[in-house]
Write a protein that binds this ligand. Sequence first.
Ligand code: HEC
Length: 135
Amino acid sequence: MRMRFLAPFVLSAVFLAACGGGKNTEKKEEAASSEAPVDNSMVKAGAAEAAASKGAALIEQKDCKTCHKVDVKLVGPAYKEVAAKYEATDANIDMLVDKVIAGGSGHWGEVAMLPHPDLPKDDAKEMVKYILSLK
Ligand code: HEC
């Protein structure tokens, strides 16, 4: 008897987990934005924290969140995956800044990141620094 009541919930959970786009994406978006302050609090104190939250704020204003979340893979890799892949060196930061502005593909899969030609390089740099701080 209990199983009959549980079945719809289990089924909808499976359905949500299996469905990659649409509603599921919106849910993740809500979850990620409510998690954002928690992630910021984990960033090192001081100047790094100020820089990181500036990058986080810039990311919030742009279209990045359509394709990226901090710890969930959407269209693009989770920022934490990106942070795990690249050391926060100047060379890597510059490379990723160019990538965000010019767009690109082939590092994480077949899907390409849209170019952001209007994005000022300094802003892109704050964003990348924030992403790479998410270790
Ligand atoms: C249309 C979806 C989309 C949007 C919008 C988008 N990205 Fe991406 N992003 C991707 C995909 C897909 C990849 C993986 C590309 C690859 O495989 O090389 C990626 C990769 C990245 C990487 C890692 C690049 C590498 O070479 O490893 C960074 C950093 C990044 N995105 C940051 C951003 C930032 C910052 C923004 C907002 C200005 C943004 N993305 C907007 C889809 C997107």
